[in-house]
Design a protein around this ligand. Structure first.
Ligand code: SF4
Length: 241
């Protein structure tokens, strides 16, 4: 089935479904092919990771280490993976030669943050996703910006992209973490409701959007992972062997 048609059918079917139902469908429907979750192990990531662990602890989870992350995130990633019993977390980074060629002094984020995100996030993820037909993201409409209009199931770059938490609010995320007694990222209580790379993340004041601390002062609001052009051919989704 072509990806766009599958996405449209799933959006109709799941317009009122709980995230866990959407996630289970994504993992178990043969039409979605090979599936991976992409997680930043950031402020709210533990919600979707916990839901995944309740369905299939062996499902692949891709974590992009930009080599510019907070050390708290790297520590938290290991702790959460162990706490939830995740068996296939894959840490992905740009290869050393590309870094030496394009950002040897690690200052590209100051002069050209889009190029830095491409080098450290978008390109490594695109490479890692080559073995998958479908990927799952933790984005929510309540995060605002371009995210406010997203569907649950989307077609992107010849793959199906699934956003099980798209309809959830920040309060629902917080309540789930409390009810399930999940470990929180240590920077949340220090004023970081959204956590990316160290040089491009600042604290957020009361009344600001939760993503206001990302690339503060710049027009940039996304790293590029979630707003890539949708121009690649849509060849349909292969079934798993
Ligand atoms: S968030 Fe900042 S440091 Fe991280 S990849 Fe993007 S520009 Fe570079």
């Amino acid at each position: 089935m072509p990806i766009l048609e599958l996405a449209q059918r799933c959006n109709l079917l799941h317009r009122r479904s709980a995230p866990q139902t959407i996630l289970r469908h994504t993992l178990e429907d043969v039409r979605t092919g090979r599936v991976a979750m992409v997680s930043s192990f950031g402020a709210d990531s533990v919600v979707l990771l916990h839901m995944l662990s309740c369905i299939d602890k062996s499902a692949p989870v891709l974590f992009i280490d930009t080599l510019m992350l907070f050390h708290e995130t790297l520590k938290y990633q290991k702790e959460v993976a162990e706490f939830l019993g995740l068996q296939d977390v894959r840490v992905i980074s740009t290869d050393t030669s590309a870094l030496m060629n394009r950002d040897v002094d690690c200052l590209l984020h100051q002069s050209n943050p889009d190029a830095c995100c491409a080098l450290r996030k978008t390109e490594p993820l695109a490479k890692a996703l080559q073995g998958f037909d479908t990927w799952i993201s933790g984005r929510r409409r309540s995060q605002g910006g371009e995210r406010a209009r997203m569907d649950i199931f989307e077609r992107e770059d010849g793959r199906l992209k699934v956003n099980p938490l798209s309809a959830w609010s920040k309060d629902q995320m917080r309540d789930y973490i409390t009810q399930q007694r999940l470990p929180r990222h240590p920077l949340v209580e220090q004023g970081y409701p959204s956590i990316g790379c160290r040089p491009c993340t600042t604290r957020v004041q009361d009344g600001e959007d939760e993503r206001a601390g990302r690339w503060r002062g710049a027009e940039k609001t996304e790293c590029g992972i979630h707003n890539r052009p949708k121009s690649l051919p849509d060849g349909g989704i292969k079934r798993s062997a």
